[in-house]
Design a protein around this ligand. Structure first.
Ligand SMILES: Cc1cc2nc3c(=O)[nH]c(=O)nc-3n(C[C@H](O)[C@H](O)[C@H](O)COP(=O)(O)O)c2cc1C
Length: 351
């Protein structure tokens, strides 16, 4: 079924296709159709960061930027849905066209630059959501805000979304907002995270609950840079890490149509790089720090590899463009089977 829908969608500009997909998902949900294709959920939920996840498969940030489709994505069977990136003030993002498909590589290049209606508008949608699963909110800075004032944007966005988020992702790894990735460097990262942690304490006192804060990292950090970033995260006791965002590296798609477009590459060519980052983070951060793996997952085997690298949960985006909702079914079913298998008594522990 999706093969047919896909050939229609692929005839459109990638961003138009995405808008049409969101509208179709919302309508299908209203008509009760998504229930019919949703996978059975695993028997036991997963507890992480004080939250309860129905399964370990989530929707990555960028798909539902304005939180206008949370109920529909939840109905597709995701264990968690991350919305955003949201900035304090709405902004148009970069000029179009800004999303390109590379079907040969099962990849996408995007340079969207956080187009969104602003955190306040999104909170109105979040307030009305019916989805009872975990909903993360990804925040960033406005393009017009100088990098030196980035902290005030992140603090403002955190204040706006706090009450409506199950966790908040601090996005410092998009390649499409000038200078943003510099915020991952220790010297800049420490004061930014300290300010956000302090704001979180104030909000927790006011609101009455503590929302986990996680940081989303780039796959393009060198091993030393990643170790330094991880050290700051460990020292400040962030609640988790998401790895990774899109890559600037084009080696895997060299010579293909659109390969030279500026922006971040996602999908299959990112898979091994993202798994490598997850593996290194797991080694540096130890067994307990929650890690959400993302990058190039488009099959149960890819998901298993990312879990084996050390991810506790994972997210998908580009795989959905190429595989459709069947991917969610496949991943959730594989997750349920893997966890059932782990729980099943073996010859050894039965005796
Ligand atoms: C069109 C598009 C827009 C994206 N927008 C965002 C965003 O706003 N914030 C963010 O943190 N990540 C964004 N991402 C990155 C994804 O969340 C994810 O980290 C990345 O695509 C790798 O996963 P994938 O290979 O499964 O797509 C975007 C990705 C794509 C393809």
């Amino acid at each position: 079924m999706y093969a047919l829908a896909r050939s229609l969608l692929f005839a459109l500009d990638a961003e138009q296709a995405h808008q049409l997909t969101l509208a179709t998902l919302r309508l299908s949900h209203r008509l009760g159709l998504l229930r019919l294709i949703a996978p059975a959920q695993p028997e036991e939920p997963v507890e992480l960061m004080g939250l309860t996840f129905a399964n370990r498969i989530g929707l990555a940030a960028g798909f539902d930027k304005n939180a206008s489709c949370v109920d529909a994505m939840g109905a597709l069977g995701f264990g968690f849905v991350e919305v955003g990136t949201l900035t304090p003030r709405g902004q148009p993002g970069n000029p179009r066209p800004r999303v390109f498909r590379l079907p040969k590589a099962r990849a996408v290049i995007n340079r969207m630059g956080f187009p969104n209606e602003g955190a306040q508008v999104a909170t109105r949608h979040l307030r009305l959501r019916r989805y009872t699963g975990v909903c993360g909110v990804n925040i960033g800075k406005n393009a017009a805000t100088p990098l030196e004032q980035a902290t005030s944007d992140y603090v403002a966005a955190l204040q706006m979304v706090y009450e409506f988020a199950d966790y908040v992702t601090i996005n410092i790894s998009s390649p499409n907002t000038q200078g943003l990735r510099q915020l991952q460097e220790g010297e800049q990262l420490r004061p930014l995270l300290q300010a956000l942690l302090q704001t979180r304490e104030q909000l927790a006192e006011r609101v009455g609950w503590r929302v986990p804060l996680v940081v989303k990292l780039s796959p393009d950090l060198s091993s030393d840079e990643l170790a330094a970033t991880a050290e700051v995260i460990r020292e400040l006791q962030l609640d988790g890490v998401i790895a990774t965002n899109t890559t600037l590296d084009r080696a895997a798609v060299a010579g293909m149509r659109h390969a030279d477009r500026p922006g971040g590459l996602s999908g299959a060519p990112l898979r091994e790089r993202a798994a490598g980052v997850v593996r290194q983070l797991r080694a540096v951060l130890g067994p307990d720090l929650p890690l959400i793996g993302v990058g190039g997952v488009s099959s149960a085997a890819d998901a298993a590899a990312l879990f084996a690298a050390g991810a506790d949960l994972l997210q998908v985006y580009t795989g959905l463009i190429y595989r459709g909702p069947g991917l969610v079914r496949e991943l959730v079913a594989a997750d349920a089977a893997a966890r059932r298998k782990r729980r099943a008594p073996t010859r050894h522990n039965r005796s």
